[in-house]
Design a protein around this ligand. Structure first.
Ligand SMILES: [Zn+2]
Length: 133
């Protein structure tokens, strides 16, 4: 499965957390996705001119209940960033260019985004692995 297929298959709405199977089509943004229902809610919100600062009226318990969802979205964004890096690499981008785009060194980019060869446990990879180009 190529990175784009993997990204599409693992899609879920970043706002409500429902899977693509549950909510149908998703619109993708940079590292996030939104379903039709959440899009409609956003349109209604903006049409009404209401400021979106839900935390102002939320109780401590409501905020705490939201933390796992925010953490899940962070993991989703990280997974999608990894997929986008794979796509850039498939298109010939060097680790130096990936690092430059993300304001990190080539070495840091490679260490963060390298993928173990298919079927190989990353922990058991060769100790002498090079960073490629
Ligand atoms: Zn949604």
């Amino acid at each position: 499965m190529n990175p784009a297929e993997k990204m599409a298959e693992t899609g879920e709405c970043s706002f409500c957390g429902r899977s693509r199977e549950a909510c149908g089509k998703l619109a993708y943004g940079p590292g996030v996705a939104i379903c039709a229902d959440c899009t409609e809610n956003c349109v209604c919100l903006h049409a009404g001119g209401v400021a979106s600062e839900p935390w102002v009226e939320m109780t401590q318990e409501q905020v705490l209940e939201l933390l796992p969802r925010i953490s899940a979205v962070a993991a989703q964004v990280e997974q999608r960033l990894t997929s986008w890096v794979e796509i850039a690499r498939d298109k010939g981008a060097s680790w130096a260019r990936v690092g430059e785009a993300l304001a990190m060194t080539r070495q840091s980019a490679w260490e963060r985004f390298r993928q173990a060869p298919r079927g190989q446990d990353p922990a058991s990879g060769p100790a002498t692995e090079t960073t490629g180009n």
